[in-house]
Design a protein around this ligand. Structure first.
Ligand code: ATP
Ligand code: MG
Length: 388
């Protein structure tokens, strides 16, 4: 009676036609990494599902806890796997039904159609058996799923929701601008959910780089690790930029800093073979995030910039941050790149002025120097972090 497998169904993967095998193998690898170190027999691909074979040492709850966060999974179920034989199905079903508190509805699906029996034959067998009939109620919300494949049948009553979306890595890599705020962790999650492998880039205001390594930023990145299993984090100091731009009108500083961050992100994208830059901006959320400013900021940047939060209200973003459990970290006090957080930034910056300041402050050279002072860390789930 005890569950001996976990059946995993993929979601949107089936929409992907020709690329399907890439998505399926990426998801397979991601699941393997996520449950690495846990006790199980093996992970198998079986037609339109993956099956984790459990063993006596397996802790089902720990495994399902990891599976919940993996993009690309639509749902999964701890299940009893038996032979695809109608008598065995009836016997196992009877055992499950007699243990249930209330009558249950039965839903049968055959993913292999060449058996001698139909789905209806199975339902009929359950309805006409004296043993099972009293435990069946076709109006019940609780369901016993009977999934019949070629060799095996899977019986389960719990359908656990997966993260949906596409497996991380299937859409390539992107450089994600990660701040200490509420928005960018949510943007990171949404990007990962669409198959993006994250390379985080954070600009810090501390004199001493050790301070950022001990700050909440690596903790935020770690919090997001359950979606991607692994992530690189670039830490770049902001002070050279601040010194170089001391003389420009303060109103322009934020827009100029964003241009500088994009330029840096573009260089990282090139190095890491990443295809896009992701930010936590949403249109009109604050004075600095007007369409005009976004345009002026990204002028001259060739890499695609994605803003997954574009259409979200702050309240929706906060709700999502709470759900992701990043909110508490995001509101912890943190010394962000502060002089740049002025109250009244220019709301209609023009790209010509930004280009001009970029040149007059010699920001290309500043960028090179900043890159030399940066450090990278690789995070791996279940392994802690490695610095270089
Ligand atoms: P967030 O809550 O994500 O910090 P915000 O509402 O504070 O966003 P801004 O400060 O304008 O808005 O930042 C917009 C985006 O720019 C951020 O979501 C992030 O992607 C990027 N960003 C801001 N500050 C930094 C930083 N110090 N390092 C890296 N990226 C940053
Ligand atoms: Mg911010």
């Amino acid at each position: 009676m005890e569950d001996n497998v976990i059946v995993i169904h993929f979601g949107e993967l089936w929409l992907k036609g020709r690329n399907r095998h890439v998505f399926v193998s990426t998801l397979f690898k991601n699941i393997e990494n996520a449950i690495n170190g846990q006790e199980y027999g093996r992970l198998n691909r079986e037609r339109d599902r993956f099956v984790i074979y459990l063993n006596a040492e397996s802790k089902i709850n720990n495994i399902t806890d990891s599976l919940r966060y993996i993009p690309g999974i639509s749902y999964f179920s701890p299940a009893k796997m038996i032979k695809a034989d109608i008598n065995e199905i009836l016997a196992e079903g009877a055992a499950i039904l007699s243990n249930a508190k209330n009558p249950i509805k039965i839903v049968v699906h055959r993913s292999y159609k060449n058996h001698k029996f139909t789905s209806w034959d199975i339902v009929h067998a359950f309805i006409t058996s004296k043993k099972t009939n009293p435990h069946i109620d076709k109006n019940s919300k609780k369901i016993l799923y009977i999934n019949v494949a070629k060799d095996n049948a899977f019986l389960y009553t719990k359908k656990m929701e997966g993260a949906g979306g596409l497996p991380v890595g299937a859409s390539g890599k992107a450089v994600i601008l990660l701040s200490g705020g509420i928005d960018s962790p949510v943007a990171s999650f949404l990007a990962m959910k669409r198959g993006i492998e994250p390379i985080y880039l954070h600009f810090y205001a501390f004199q001493d780089y050790k301070k950022v390594a001990e700050s909440k930023i690596p903790r935020i990145a770690n919090k997001l690790l359950k979606y991607s299993n692994t992530a690189k984090v670039y830490y770049a100091p902001a002070h050279l930029f601040q010194i170089a731009t001391m003389k420009i009108p303060i109103k322009y500083e934020l827009v100029l800093f964003k241009r500088f961050m994009y330029k840096y992100a573009e260089a990282v994208a090139k190095k890491e073979d990443a295809k896009a830059i992701v930010t936590g901006e949403s249109v009109g959320q604050v004075a600095s995030q007007t369409i005009d400013n976004m345009q002026a900021t990204q002028h001259g940047i060739k890499t695609l910039i994605l803003r997954p939060l574009t259409g979200m209200d702050k309240i929706e973003i906060i709700r999502k941050a709470e759900e992701l459990d990043t909110f508490k970290l995001s509101i912890e006090a943190y010394r962000d790149v502060c002089s740049i957080k002025i109250k009244n930034p220019k709301t209609k910056a023009d790209s010509k002025s930004i280009d001009k300041f970029y040149r007059s402050c010699r920001l290309s050279e500043v960028l090179q120097k900043t890159m030399k002072m940066s450090f990278v860390e690789t995070l791996k789930i279940n392994e802690g972090m490695k610095r270089n």
